[in-house]
Write a new protein. Structure first.
Length: 371
């Protein structure tokens, strides 16, 4: 037994342990490439077909009307700036219909930006725990602890939208609002100079079913990652940006806030704002979106868009992923044909192991004996 163990240790030291070393012969490589082709091509075609059936309508609004005036120099006495965009739908939209806001040239994935937050604070472990240095450089304001603190929460997207539509069938006279806005008591009202009223409406800004806010965030985030702890002495829900805009930071369990806090991977991104669950918008419907704009983008060369979308089982349109599968499949079949031609018409036998040479074997010793 001791001799066997010694022999095994010697084999280990000399790197001579028994092992299976597959040789990638042309037939094996061709078979693997064919498998890649057979699997990837149908996936790519199905994803491309699904992406083509996704219906979207996007409109830029930061250059429209008074919304074009919003920049970082304005304060709460000059905000919000309001504007309206109007367009006609070119397809039928069946519920659920998703309403997104979109930002361009905003690097939400910047390392310093994404790190500037307090996870214990956000998940409800305490408003003052571990706020430093996690929230640097936005931990306190005017001697009070900011809740929620950090650059990430402090840059929360503040713009609000309400939508109305005019069906093409003429059954209604005028536009039908999904979230009423004309009266002071309406949930989406934002006109006037009453900052307190703004904060009350702005924190909700929804109508269940028609302009729904509940359910826009991931269920796991809502249930476990974001909890609300009431403010106590020495704590405020305003930072420098909020003091300027006249709006408070939302509660950590607010779904608009939770959506914002899931960092986007690219500088051009969209985030879900509202869901329309009980209204069908037919082709030819005129849509009018009223916008209250607080969020400045001109200072960093950004753009603001809105998007109405009807998604499919694959989610939103993703042509890049679909064509990645298709291109890989095309490369695989191209290599398969090339290798097959070389195998059939090559000048010498491919994968002949007798042509291998090993420095640790005599030159006159063949790896495989030939009978």
């Amino acid at each position: 037994m001791a001799q066997q163990q010694g022999s095994g240790m010697a084999s280990f030291k000399q790197q001579e342990l028994k092992a299976w070393q597959p040789v990638l012969t042309p037939v094996a490589v061709i078979a693997m490439l064919l498998v890649v082709f057979v699997v990837f091509l149908p996936i790519g075609i199905v994803l491309e077909d699904c992406s083509n059936r996704v219906i979207e309508k996007s409109v830029r609004y930061d250059e429209v009307g008074a919304c074009d005036q919003v920049d970082a120099s304005l304060d709460y006495t000059q905000l919000p700036k309001t504007c309206t965009v109007e367009f006609e739908l070119e397809h039928d939209y069946e519920p659920p219909i998703y309403f997104y806001y979109e930002l361009k040239n905003f690097y939400q994935n910047h390392r310093r930006f994404t790190k500037s937050k307090s996870d214990p604070q956000l998940r409800g472990d305490g408003n003052t725990e571990q706020t430093s240095p996690a929230c640097d450089p936005l931990e306190t304001y005017r001697g009070n602890t900011i809740v929620p603190c950090g650059l990430f929460p402090g840059s929360f997207f503040e713009d609000r939208f309400t939508m109305e539509y005019d069906p093409p069938d003429g059954t209604h006279s005028g536009f039908i609002p999904l979230c009423p806005y004309e009266n002071v008591t309406d949930p989406c009202h934002f006109w006037g100079n009453d900052t307190e009223k703004w904060n009350q409406n702005w924190a909700n800004w929804s109508v269940p079913g028609k302009w729904q806010k509940e359910g826009i965030a991931w269920k796991t985030d809502v249930e476990s990652k974001f909890k609300y702890v009431p403010l106590s002495g020495g704590q405020i829900n305003q930072g420098p940006r909020q003091n300027q805009s006249g709006l408070d930071l939302p509660r950590p369990d607010d779904e608009d806030f939770i959506v914002w806090m899931r960092a986007a991977a690219l500088p051009h991104f969209r985030k879900l704002h509202r869901v329309i669950k009980d209204t069908t918008l037919s082709k030819g419907t005129t849509v009018r979106v009223h916008i209250a704009s607080w969020f400045p983008t001109k200072d960093f060369g950004g753009e603001k868009w809105i998007t109405i979308a009807k998604t499919e089982w694959c989610g939103g349109a993703n042509h890049a992923l679909a064509w990645t599968y298709i291109v890989v499949a095309c490369v695989a079949i191209g290599l398969t044909v090339t290798f097959a031609i070389l195998l059939l018409f090559g000048s010498r036998k491919m994968a002949d192991v007798n042509r291998f040479s090993w420095h640790n074997r005599p030159t006159n010793s063949a790896l495989v004996s030939i009978s």
